[in-house]
Ligand binder design. Structure first.
Ligand SMILES: *Cc1c(COP(=O)(O)O)cnc(C)c1O
Length: 237
């Protein structure tokens, strides 16, 4: 068994154990394998081990791999910072975008989503802990953007995503994830149930599952420690 296959099994086991511990249905918790900085060969190994969903942060690098893995059945999720002038390739090549935090980006992705493809699945990225600098909408900005969704038929709003400041204290981890779930509960409606909660990474996926995560985004625990990001890519994490 390759290292990636083995680590993928360990991550699946962590998800199962956390689901059992916190009374969650394990089938309701998806795994997004975050493959930023990893070569296509690593993604192929994960595909052979049954993993389908992959998350990428850096646009140029991602487009290369999406080309290399054409026809593999991989589902591509953009989870990095969006640059305003680079939305078109995201609209054309990805299945999901988790990191929408500006109305302008939502409008551009809507306008640029090719007619031959299904609507682009999106999550709104929300800043849950105020001190953090990683981007994201404030809760009232999220509400305002949700109100615009009827004008954006080429986007399909699936839920919310957050990237809290790292902490090794499970109480602090859970507080941020709980805040995202509570915000989701306030913003959800019959027409937009916001079923996806994209939260939890290698270090804190158990806390995220405890608080209702439906999609954990895991890189290091599957692919091993990362090298620096590719030098020819100017997009931000
Ligand atoms: C890199 C990244 C992850 C995965 O982080 P790990 O700690 O390697 O599991 C998840 N979400 C986002 C937005 C990321 O940029």
């Amino acid at each position: 068994m390759s290292d990636i296959t083995q680590r993928l099994d360990q991550v699946r086991e962590r998800i199962r154990a956390a689901a059992a511990q916190f009374n969650r249905d394990p089938a309701a918790i998806g795994l997004l394998a975050v493959s930023k900085t990893r070569p296509a060969g690593d993604i192929r190994q994960a595909l052979e081990a049954g993993q389908r969903r992959f998350g990428e942060n850096y646009l140029q690098e991602a487009l290369t791999k999406i080309g290399q893995l054409h026809g593999s059945g991989a589902e591509w999720h953009f989870i990095g910072r969006i640059q305003g002038n680079k939305t078109r390739p995201i609209a054309e090549h990805f299945d999901w975008v988790h990191s929408i935090d500006r109305e302008k980006h939502a409008r551009r992705l809507n306008d640029q989503r090719p007619g031959g493809l299904p609507p682009l699945n999106i999550c709104l990225q929300v800043r849950i802990d105020q001190e953090e600098s990683k981007g994201g909408l404030d809760p009232d900005q999220a509400a305002a953007l949700i109100a615009l969704m009827p004008e954006l038929p080429r986007l399909r709003l699936r839920g919310l995503m957050t990237l809290p400041a790292p902490s090794d204290d499970p109480r602090i981890q859970r507080r941020a994830f709980r805040a995202l779930r509570e915000l989701r509960d306030r913003l959800a409606s019959t027409t937009l149930p916001l079923t996806t909660l994209s939260m939890g990474m290698s270090e804190d996926l158990e806390s995220a599952i405890a608080e209702g995560s439906t999609l954990v985004r895991v890189g290091t625990a599957i692919f091993g420690p990362r090298q620096a990001r590719p030098a020819n890519d100017t997009t931000q994490p």
